[in-house]
Write a protein that binds this ligand. Structure first.
Ligand code: ADE
Length: 240
């Protein structure tokens, strides 16, 4: 049954959905990597496609930016469409020289100051965790493809543009040193929370697109190479 945010019908989504933030990236992934991609939803331009990869059904759908957005789409995929696994594939800003530009990060936890979890279910944990089984599958896929993964907590932030501050240490140094956050993005805390309360699986792979430690100019080609590496890892996961 369709929802206010998704016009797909029962059976239109595969059990595993890859979720980039950008719907146009979902379209690109479907058209570049999947066989027989079929558009299943485009409400508000949030494209979702289902096709196959090496014979296995798989879907890809945009999440939009931020926790309210991924919260809506992932909740509906899990509860209305029989989706079991959501793998977020995104980009992140690095808080440490341990995660360098274009490295691929596998999140082992998402810290947030967001109210998403407490509002959604009363859960006051400020770190939400991904599925251990899905993370193991991603590690196995990365190993098979020879792609190194950097593992650690990430920061899911509600705010992209902060007011400048002279505080020392900076907020991001504190998050790095006190919460073990390697990098910042804006969605995984809500995704991991939804998966956990619904008894489903979620994971997050990120490529480092910018750095708070050593700001550098990147080229489109460099970004494309690391994106392709992340896609290989995500697509190489055996569906459950
Ligand atoms: N995604 C990629 N870079 C980011 C940043 N600097 N902050 C939040 N999300 C991001």
């Amino acid at each position: 049954m369709s929802t206010p945010h998704n016009r797909a019908e029962n059976g239109d989504f595969a059990k595993t959905v890859l979720m980039p933030g950008d719907p146009l990236r979902a379209k690109f992934i479907a058209e570049t990597f999947l066989e027989d991609p079929r558009l299943v939803t485009d409400v508000r331009g949030m494209y979702g496609y289902t096709g196959t990869y090496q014979g296995r059904p798989i879907s890809v759908m945009g999440s939009g930016m931020g926790m309210p957005s991924i919260g809506i789409y992932s909740y509906e995929l899990y509860t209305q469409y029989g989706v079991e696994n959501i793998i977020r594939i995104g980009s992140a800003g690095s808080y440490t020289d341990k995660a360098k530009l274009f490295d691929v990060v596998l999140a082992t936890g998402a810290y947030s100051e967001s109210n998403y979890a407490v509002t959604q279910s009363g859960d006051t944990d400020d770190i939400q965790t991904p599925s251990a089984a899905l993370n193991d599958a991603l590690r196995a896929s990365a190993k098979a493809a020879g792609i190194p993964l950097i593992e650690g907590n990430i920061h899911s932030s509600d705010v992209f543009y902060r007011q400048p501050s002279d505080a020392k240490p900076t907020y991001w140094e504190k998050l790095r040193d006190e919460k073990g956050c390697l990098a910042v993005e804006m969605e995984s805390f809500a995704l991991f929370h939804n998966a956990r309360v619904l008894g489903k699986r979620a994971a997050c792979l990120l490529t480092i697109s910018d750095s708070f430690v050593s700001p550098e100019i990147t080229t489109a080609e460099q970004r494309q190479t690391s994106f392709t590496a992340m896609m290989k890892v995500a697509l190489g996961v055996d569906a459950f």
